[in-house]
Write a protein that binds this ligand. Structure first.
Ligand SMILES: [Zn+2]
Length: 467
């Protein structure tokens, strides 16, 4: 099993007091071409000085004074960007149907309560996968309330990306098979009181955002409950997130102050009114292009039509996930896989059917209108694996004509903005965390070149990716 390997030796004195008072350690990365996440022109022949876990100086050669005793990394010929942010993922989900019994019930083989408990107790395997994929910040935009606890745990953990988490979702539906008697993902917004109490509880726990999963835009009664909850969110200085996939729902969400839309508008083309509303509210748009097709890919695996691909040259995906995915065809006789469904699965073409033209069109329109956009995969859903999926998502986004330079900003700065952590990371600037990735190929030529990453620095510690 290949994992991240510390290239700065653990035996080094420089690391013996990391994070403690006393000795200060400096790392200098010299010679790379840097895209700092702000969208500014690249810094050629750069110098980055990391003091403990933070950036102390960044500039062209000669701009920074290099402290005595610094560990110097020669990065000539390499390219550097901030660590990426996946602004839409779910820690309670595994990447297969064992965590989505609503889509395909695998309780007989994988009892969901046990799956959920395992997910709660074992976030490190995903931390490793994300870091190995160049992702140094993740936003869990919906899960059980324990997901909020991961924020602090990950913050204190030197081998974890930064985590933001929203916790349970407010929804018009009465719950789902992935709710446990003791811990729910979906909370039915059945009264104004329910909304207020949820917002008070989650905000007191420290949740980053309160998410609304679908809205009844056509029901005045329901929208009154949303409005009351939205006012409570504002009172607590929290932010509203919405899963709103129709134009009508998305507008209703923004009118109530939604700061982040975690899915595309999928039912019709976005219009001028939507753009105006989003601009007024400063709403961030997360297109989440490929997760829907991921379900089809996963069903095809389960139906033994085609194995679920794991595009993972650096060996980032953990063993348990790998086993889960590679044994998916054991479910080929599952009642969910009817003959008719099998036909549809056979017709699905992973080359051409990975997203919809309408979603692509809307992304293009909003990009050209200057709406802030983030990269979010919805990882954890069946067929969308944690960590490595970010490359597929960015490549799909690039297809609508987003320049790679702009995509770098979306995958870094804008993601940190969505997480409400832009003061701490997301761009490479003095005082921010030393979170960056190094690549062999130039990501501004083609976003696929992000796949050529060789090193990841998280909180000032450099790791080599792969072997
Ligand atoms: Zn999601």
């Amino acid at each position: 099993m290949r994992y991240l390997i510390l290239i700065l030796g653990l035996s080094s004195l420089l690391f013996s007091c990391s994070g403690n008072e006393g000795e200060t350690e400096y790392t200098v990365i010299k010679g790379a071409t840097v895209y700092d996440g702000t969208g500014d022109a690249p810094i050629e022949n750069s110098e980055i000085i990391i003091r403990n876990d933070k950036i102390d100086c960044i500039g062209s050669a000669g701009d920074c004074s290099i402290p005595m005793g610094s560990e110097v990394i020669d990065a000539s010929g390499k390219f550097i960007t901030p660590g990426m942010i996946d602004a839409h993922m779910h820690f309670f989900q595994t990447g297969f149907f064992d965590s989505r019994p609503d889509a395909m019930d695998l309780n007989e083989t994988y009892p969901f309560p046990q799956v959920a408990a395992y997910q709660e107790k074992n976030p490190q395997r995903y931390y490793d996968t994300y870091l190995c994929s160049g992702v140094t910040g993740v936003y869990d935009v919906g899960g059980m309330s324990w997901s909020v606890g991961l924020q602090e745990e990950a913050e204190q953990n030197p081998k974890a990306p930064h985590v933001a988490a929203a916790g349970p979702l407010l929804t018009p539906v009465p719950g789902a098979p992935f709710d446990l008697p003791s811990d729910r993902v979906l909370v039915q917004l059945d009264s104004e009181e329910t909304g207020v109490e949820m917002v008070q509880y989650m905000s007191a726990l420290g949740s980053t955002g309160i998410k609304f999963w679908m809205l009844r835009a056509d029901s005045e009664e329901y929208m009154n409950r949303v409005e009351t909850a939205a006012r409570e969110i504002e009172k607590h200085g929290n932010q509203m997130i919405a899963h709103a996939t129709t134009l009508e729902q998305a507008k209703a969400a923004i009118r109530n102050g939604a700061k982040l839309l975690v899915h595309s508008v999928e039912d019709q083309e976005v219009d001028e009114e939507f753009i105006e509303l989003a601009k007024e509210e400063g709403t961030i748009y997360n297109p989440t292009l490929i997760v829907g097709a991921g379900y089809m890919v996963a069903y095809r695996g389960a139906a033994d039509i085609a194995p679920i691909p794991i595009d993972d040259p650096n060996g980032c995906v953990d063993q348990k996930t790998r086993e889960l995915i590679t044994t998916s065809s054991q479910f080929q006789d599952h009642p969910r896989i009817t003959d008719g469904f099998k036909e549809r699965l056979r017709d699905f073409d992973p080359e051409t059917d990975m997203t919809s033209d309408l979603m692509l069109q809307n992304l293009k329109t909003l990009y050209e209108a200057g709406i802030p956009i983030v990269v979010g995969t919805d990882a954890g859903n069946p067929g969308t694996l944690h960590g490595i999926s970010i490359f597929d998502e960015m490549e799909m986004m690039q297809k609508v004509g987003i320049t790679p330079e702009d995509l770098i900003v979306m995958a870094t700065k804008n993601g940190a903005m969505a997480m409400r952590r832009l003061d701490d990371f997301g761009t490479l600037e003095r005082g921010k965390f030393g979170n960056l990735i190094m690549m062999d190929e130039n990501p501004s030529e083609d976003i696929s070149n992000m796949r050529s990453l060789t090193h990841v620095m998280i909180k000032g510690e450099m790791m080599e990716v792969g072997e």
